[in-house]
Design a binder for this molecule. Sequence first.
Ligand SMILES: Cc1ncc(COP(=O)(O)O)c(C=O)c1O
Length: 393
Amino acid sequence: MANVYAKRPVVIVKGKADLLWDQNGKEYIDCTGSYGSCVVGYCHPRVVEAIKNQSEKLTSCHVSMYNDSRSELLQRIIRIAPKNLEKVFLSNSGAEAVECALKLARKYTGKKEIVAMMGAYHGKTFGSLSATWDRKYRDPFLPLLPGIRHVPYGNMERLRENINFETAAVIAEPIQGESGVKVPPEGFLKQLRELCDEKEILLILDEIQTGFGRTGMLFAFQHWDVVPDITCLAKGVAGGIPIGLTLSRNEIMSSLKVGEHSTTYGGNPLACAAATASIEVLEEENLLEKARLQGDYFTSRLNQLKDKHKVTREVRGLGLMIGVETRFEVLDIILGSIERGVLILDAGRNVLRFLPPLVITREHIDRTIQVLDEIIGEKESGRLPNKPPEKNA
Ligand SMILES: Cc1ncc(COP(=O)(O)O)c(C=O)c1O
């Protein structure tokens, strides 16, 4: 396999709810959620059953033909999404959902420029990479799409300065994930919506990491009572099966004419069946409320750690999307946690990131805290050596 991922020394062979097992049978509490793509828990029986049933019926059906599994998913999505996000393009990943959003913005407005945020992560295909901020991802592939300007996240003045007659849209994450779990300043999304309305440009909110219940609402923008013109979902929507969704108003989506955008696997019946089952699980098991309650509990326990250990600087996030900024690089904490049976993500060099399945139990949160307490204690007393930083995935 291409050597482009920062590998962790573990071979995962099985999962259930918020737990994973390696090939030797060792159990891990999973706070990574497979980079946030496991929302309803690993191998949820409802999702497994839906995949099994669909796989016996039909696993492939191009969107040029109608399909019952796809149609059921589309109806569900439209029922749960805010009412002016009524048209959907189905694809297979987050980056693809963003590609569609960028093409839509250009096509609908007839304009070419996009304003994105410093610190943003929107994916690594050429279009989405052009909206992504980090130079280490961008520089090897220049030139990227022209006409994309990056402004400081949350800075309304700089945003206003960078909007002109050629601006089609502003794209932002409601909470920045990859760059360190950064919650915007209070009022930012509301002001951003107002600015886009005033300038008559589109607002694209990328909910690929924050969406599908992760922050305690179906879409994170609902915390701030804002509705974008276009939004992107992916990660957890189909219980870990690849899927991407771009949602917009009818008139915006209708600006794309037949053949102007497509993907062979988009709307795949298997992925659609898994997504419908995941939506049912989200609703029936009250996972949004669980994300809020367990998120509050996890955050309060992490804050206790912060008060105890000076090396932890800040705990931030919403629901079960949580970051802990430390005063040192976190790689050895992550590796130490793996040895002790807990899987954690990073988000930049000095931020630990927690994106567990929303079904994580209090007992497993407590165990995670205990492991972190031990490792950070060892780190503070100098017993844990500093390892060199690795490339981010
Ligand atoms: C906010 C955001 N947008 C886009 C993407 C890209 O998604 P994918 O890796 O499925 O292409 C990610 C992935 O982490 C993300 O967090």
